[in-house]
Ligand binder design. Structure first.
Ligand code: SF4
Length: 311
């Protein structure tokens, strides 16, 4: 099956119905976060290059939009770090020529020490960078960055970006039980967050399976406590079971089929893509397999799901 780089739209609490765009192959990233829902980083790098040609991505975005799909956002994110793609700036520029749909970028901010990287994001409507640590030690514990990335360079780049960027910055802070979730951690993080001065601060935790089993979720009440310390701009976005997002079975089923129509996905891909608990999504999958709407395919030891007939 031909590889696809554009998927969805999938529902996202922060971004509405989001048309996702992969800019790098699976798990090409400058970090190897202990909480990553995509598993361990296969290729940890800081090399910037056109991993996926702009033309191919643009053609797919164009095709989607001509199918009549009306997403709330086009989100450059996917399964690795999008700023590693050296063409990200021109890609944003070209997408904005195609459509008025806002373009958002999900990034780990690791390369923000480079003015070239910061410059390449200036035309995006929203940038959603991560900040999970407040010093080198925490940075190495949680994000396990490429050895050439220091906390200092990253955070100074993020602060510079906060001053230069004309759009909205929604900072994501991922906290983990016993690692970076104490009151003292919150106060230390607040120091840096105030320097970045984002429009919003989104607090998340490991509700879904992580790269490391010891990366455990923080209890909802502790998340709220942490959030309060960070101030008014902070809100909890962790998709706990029973959250507002997927109220009806029909919505989840439709989104699931929509996702599988674009590319075969593993259970983890689907759970991450739809932002729904893995066990919950399994129930939908089992029902659709039973109804012969979707089927399993095995590649090596990995099981993928795909539609039985084109949808
Ligand atoms: S969570 Fe994001 S930044 Fe961290 S390893 Fe996974 S893809 Fe990379």
């Amino acid at each position: 099956m031909k590889e696809r780089f554009v998927y969805g739209p999938v529902p996202s609490r922060r971004l509405g119905r989001s048309l996702g765009v992969d800019l790098v192959p699976f798990k090409v990233c400058s970090y190897n976060c202990i909480y990553c829902q995509l598993g361990k980083t296969k290729h940890k790098t800081i090399e910037r290059k056109p991993y996926i040609p702009t033309e191919r991505i643009l053609n797919e975005v164009h095709q989607k939009l001509t199918e009549g799909i009306r997403p709330d956002r086009i989100t450059l994110a996917g399964s690795g770090e999008p700023t590693l793609n050296s063409e990200i700036g021109s890609l944003i520029h070209e997408i904005k020529k195609l459509t008025k749909t806002p373009v958002a970028v999900l990034t780990n901010a690791s390369l923000f020490g480079s003015s070239l990287v910061r410059e390449s994001l200036m035309e995006a409507d929203e940038v959603l960078p991560s900040l999970d640590a407040y010093d080198q030690n925490g940075f190495e514990t949680v994000n396990r960055p490429h050895p050439e990335i220091t906390f200092k360079a990253m955070v100074e780049g993020l602060i510079a970006f906060g001053k230069e960027y004309p759009g909205e910055i929604w900072l994501e802070v991922f906290i983990l039980d016993g690692i970076n979730a104490t009151e003292s951690d919150a106060l230390h993080l607040k120091h840096w967050i105030e320097k970045v001065s984002p429009h919003k601060v989104h607090i998340n935790t490991a509700v879904r399976p992580s790269a490391e089993a010891y990366a455990r979720q923080v209890a909802p009440e502790d998340l709220v406590r942490f959030c309060k310390i960070l101030g008014e701009k902070a809100e909890v976005i962790a998709p706990f079971r029973g959250s507002e997002k997927h109220e009806t079975q029909a919505v989840v089923e439709k989104d699931l089929l929509n996702l599988l129509a674009r590319r075969p996905c593993t259970l983890e891909d689907i759970a991450a893509g739809l932002n729904v608990d893995r066990d919950e999504i399994l129930k939908y999958i089992e029902r659709l397999v039973k109804k012969h709407v979707i089927e399993t395919v095995k590649r090596g030891s990995i099981i993928y799901y795909q539609p039985k007939k084109p949808l």
